[in-house]
Ligand binder design. Structure first.
Ligand code: PLP
Length: 366
């Protein structure tokens, strides 16, 4: 049996409806912004329970433009997790600010108990990541942010549809950034991203910054960027947004099947934890496994594709060399980098494939 990690060919096996919508775009000639983008923004804001959603060029830009809208730049510091995807730190660094890393906990999210020690008089924002589809510990993070009067920008790029007590992630901070990258749970046919916010001021600033700072055709309020959500991608997004709840639900079912099946192997593998009030949407299903590399090789030979997210934490990347970190600074993130293994959990797998994967993992440890 084959258990593939990729699924895009299955997902887009029948693209005719989308092609039909794209034909309509071509005859309308509205290739930038326009009705498809507005419709997508309206539906995305509804999905996240926010007043506003602003379509931008990528998830990275959603974070970058949020930070720019807050006036963050050179000399400032922004606190984030040491174990996230590089784009989180890249979005901070490209504003000119310095990313300041904090270790994570066993749920792969920033450890709220370590945040205050990282705050300095240069700190201008906290940027927690809802990593893997699992909500970060927002109540603790928000109370620290309130105490120090710092804005919170949520990196929700992996977490469309994840909730805390039924409230969608992205809606807790001053803004939330989402990615529509082909490998995310809500995806389009290239790059795209969304900023969500309840703040009218953030909405106004973000809309200006994504479109050259233009207030209208001829007047520019501030110098900005060209980072609009492509109208063509918004058309794809307007079709895909209908599926997002089904996609998340399928992933949750697969993940629960894994977690139940491995519950007696806790001394060998650790399944991803989640808090009871949270909806974890399993963009990734990450095990922490004994003999990870051997397990990975074994599974590959059995036809089960896995991935490692990620083998090198951010503070040990070459890109971080001037930030002054060293091995040993973030023991949890470092330990996880050597133990993490992502099992296929996507919506196009069937129960037989999940059960086969379970059987292979169990056989490896026998
Ligand atoms: C994917 C991702 C991003 C960036 O999104 P892009 O759309 O690829 O720019 C940022 N942060 C995290 C945690 C991500 O997984």
């Amino acid at each position: 049996m084959k258990v593939p990690y990729s699924y895009l060919q299955d997902q887009f096996a029948n693209p005719e409806a989308i092609f039909e919508d794209i034909r309509g775009l071509i005859t309308s000639g509205k290739f930038t912004l326009g009705p498809a983008v507005t419709e997508f923004e309206t539906r995305f804001a509804e999905l996240c329970g926010t007043r506003h959603a602003i379509g931008v060029g990528s998830g990275t830009d959603a974070l970058f433009l949020s930070l720019k809208a807050l006036g963050i730049g050179p000399g400032d510091e922004v606190i984030t997790a040491a174990n996230t995807f590089i784009a989180t730190a890249g979005a901070i660094a490209t504003t000119g600010a310095t990313p300041v890393f904090v270790d994570c906990t066993d749920d792969f999210n920033i450890d709220p108990n370590l945040i205050e020690a990282a705050i300095t008089d240069r700190t201008k924002a906290i940027l927690p990541v809802h990593y893997t589809g699992n909500p970060a510990h927002m109540s603790l993070i928000l109370s620290i942010a309130r105490k120090w009067d710092l804005p919170v920008v949520e990196d929700a790029c992996q977490s469309i549809g994840a909730t805390i007590n039924d409230r969608p992630v992205g809606s807790f901070g001053i803004s939330g950034g989402f990615s529509l990258h082909p490998l995310k749970n809500l995806n389009v046919w290239g790059d795209g991203g969304v900023i969500v916010t309840n703040s009218d001021e953030m909405d106004r600033q973000a809309r200006l910054l994504r479109n050259h700072g233009l207030k209208n055709r001829n007047e520019v309020t501030c110098f900005g960027y060209n980072s609009r959500l492509d109208s063509l991608q918004a058309i794809v997004g307007n079709r895909m947004i209908d599926d997002v709840n089904w996609i998340n639900q399928r992933r949750i079912i697969h993940a629960n099947r894994y977690t139940d099946a491995f519950s007696d192997l806790t001394d060998l593998i650790k399944t991803p934890p989640k808090r009871p009030a949270d909806r974890h949407t399993y963009h990734l299903y990450i095990l922490q496994a004994t003999d990870r590399d051997d397990l990975c090789t074994y599974l590959k030979r059995q036809g089960v594709d896995t991935k490692i997210h990620y083998p090198i934490p951010l503070h040990l990347q070459e890109a971080s060399k001037d930030l002054g970190y060293k091995l040993g600074d973030f023991p949890v993130a470092e330990r996880q980098a050597n133990a993490v293994l992502s099992l296929p959990v996507h919506q196009h797998l069937n129960h037989e494939q999940i059960d086969y994967t379970i059987e292979c993992v169990r056989r490896f440890y026998k």
